[in-house]
Design a protein around this ligand. Sequence first.
Ligand code: UTP
Length: 287
Amino acid sequence: MKITKAIIPVAGLGTRFLPVTKSQPKEMLPIVDKPAVQYIVEEAVASGIKQIFLITSSTKRSIEDYFDYNFELEYRLKKAKKLKALQSIRRLSNLAEFIFIRQKEPTGNGDAILRAYEFVKNEPCAVMFADDIIDSRIPCLAQLIKVFEKYQDSVIAVKRIKKSEIKHFGSVKVVPLEKRVYQIKDIIEKPSPGKAPSNLGVVGRYIMTPDLLEALLKFKPKKGKEKGITDGLNAVLKKHPVYACEFEGDWYTIGSKEGFLQANIIFGLKDKEIKKNLKSFLKKHVY
Ligand code: UTP
C-alpha cells in the first residue's frame, strides 16, 4: 500500500525554547528564509505525500495562515510586479492538500496524532515532527518508506547520538537486520546516564501502521503524564515487529537553541545569495 498521508503535529508548547516560543510557534522559527515546518512539508511532498494533516492549537494560527492564500499580499505583490515573491508564496498552499485539526490541550504528541484518527485509521501513514530538520540527498521519509515497503510494519528513524546527549532523546534496543535496518526490541525515553540500551536515538519521522494507531488509542497514561508516540510503539513491539531505519543525512533538532543555530548556519552556507558573505563572517568571528 502506498503511503500518501502524513500527520505533522505542531500543537506542542515548545518549553525547551522559551521565551521565544511564548507567542511564536517553534515550528514557524526561520531556517534562513523559510519556517521549519516548510522544510518538513517539502520533505513529505518529495517523498510522495499528497495529504497533510497539521495538528494545530489556538496559539498556532500562523501555521494555518502560512499554508493558505493571502489575497491582499498576493494582490499587492502582483501590482508591484514582484513576481518572484508572488510565486514563492503562491506555491506554498499548492504543495499538498492541507487539513488542519485542533488539539484542544497539549497532552502529548501521541494524543496530537490521534486527532487525525478518523482520517488515517485504515492505512499506514507517515508521522513527522516539525522540530526535526533533516538535510539529506534522499529525503529521510522516503528512506523510511523504502524500509516499510520491504517489511510492511511500523518504521522509525534513528541516528547515532553522542553518549552524553542520548539522555535528551529516546534510545532503542535493537537487533541488526541489514545495513542501516534494525528490529526494535525496546524504546527508552530520555534514559538516565548509563541506562541507554544503545547510542541509536529516535528522530521525529515514523511510518505508522494501523495497529500502532490502535495501541495509541488504547494506551492510558499515568495521571498527569502525556501520551507520546513512544507509548504506542512500546505496546506494539510486544506483538508485531517494529523497525528502525538509520537514515543517511544530517539531523538538526531545532526545538533547542543549539540545534536551531546549527541549522541556520548549515542552510545559510548552502544559500546562493548569502553563502559567500556568511562564510567570511564566520571566518572572521569563529575560526
Ligand atoms: P515535543 O515532544 O518536542 O514537545 O513535540 P513540545 O511540547 O513541542 O516541546 P518541548 O519539549 O516542550 O520543548 C514533538 C512535536 O509534537 C508536537 C510539537 O508541536 C512538536 O512538533 N506536539 C507535542 C503536539 O502537537 N502536541 C502536544 O501535546 C505535544
